[in-house]
Design a protein around this ligand. Structure first.
Ligand SMILES: [Zn+2]
Length: 284
């Protein structure tokens, strides 16, 4: 069986950990404390992997409550998530949801759906045991700060995280080459664009590196926010390709900019894309 976790140093202080479903998490080491940014689907002993990488006390910060990001937090005592993602977290905590996600995405770690062993699912954390995580929170790990910033759109409680001393921005699912904005719990395209316009000046000039939670390499370019704002502008103006896509519940939704299915990049060569529901571009 393939290893359940892949480990790659991203920087002298940051280690990328990728789980069996191909989701990236990040362990950040300060001088006094470490922070684990996201926890994956909770398959296999992530706590043992983290322990093998640091002896420091670990705080766990969750970008949002989806099945592939928050379900490994049960193994960590000091864990933080937005209270706005409570309902999503509870829905996605279901063992069948987690196993379905793992089986659907096992190929990204070289496994097959048949390799997924239900007994390796780890217990989830009861939501009441999380601390509330909100934009404006700051955590000093000693020489490295984790600043929690806006990211609402992909989920109600979604956040981004800036590590200013390391000039690194974790964008996660909040803004990426294939931003999912189609679910009923997502913001409208218009609201999401306004969030990005507020976020941009808060991080402008403060980062050289963008970390993502999915995709090969797990990194984006520093132009990602600008590029996704431009895609939102195009959706609002009707300047879209509207390639068909299937949503989480089988509903038809649209990819704003046509993608090459082999390379998974935009046909027009641009970066950033939004998958959205045409019925939810604007409020009302
Ligand atoms: Zn997500």
């Amino acid at each position: 069986m393939a290893e359940l976790f892949q480990i790659h140093p991203a920087d002298s202080r940051i280690t990328r950990i990728t789980d069996a479903a191909g989701t990236h998490m990040y362990l950040v080491r300060g001088d006094r404390e470490a922070a684990l940014l996201d926890t994956g689907v909770g398959y296999g002993r992530l706590d043992e992997v983290v322990r093998s990488l640091t002896d420091l006390p670990v705080k766990t910060f969750i970008t949002h409550g989806h099945v592939d990001h928050a379900m490994g937090a049960g193994a960590f005592a000091d864990a933080w998530i937005s209270p706005l993602d409570r309902a999503l977290y509870l829905e996605h905590s279901d063992a069948d949801v987690r196993l379905g996600y793992l089986r659907g995405n096992a190929g990204s770690s070289g496994m097959s759906a048949r390799d997924i062993a239900p007994e390796l699912l780890q217990p989830v954390k009861p939501f009441e045991e999380f601390h509330p995580l909100l934009p404006g929170d700051r955590f000093d790990l000693g020489g490295v700060t984790v600043e929690i910033l806006e990211g609402r759109g992909h989920t109600p409680g979604c956040v981004t995280m800036l590590l200013p001393e390391l000039r690194t921005l974790l964008m996660g699912d909040a803004c990426n080459p294939f931003t999912f904005l189609f679910d009923e719990t997502c913001s409208t395209v218009e609201e999401y664009r306004e969030m990005l316009l507020r976020l941009r000046p808060q991080v402008e000039g403060r980062f050289d590196r963008v970390l993502l939670c999915h995709g090969p390499g797990g990194e984006g370019t520093v132009r990602m926010i600008d590029n996704v704002i431009a895609v939102c502008d195009d959706i609002l103006a009707g300047n879209v390709d509207d390639a068909p896509f299937t949503g989480f519940h089988g509903e038809p939704v649209c990819i704003a900019k046509a993608m090459d299915e082999r390379t998974f990049t935009r046909v027009d060569g641009g970066e950033g894309n939004v998958v959205y529901n045409p019925a939810r571009i604007r409020e009302g």
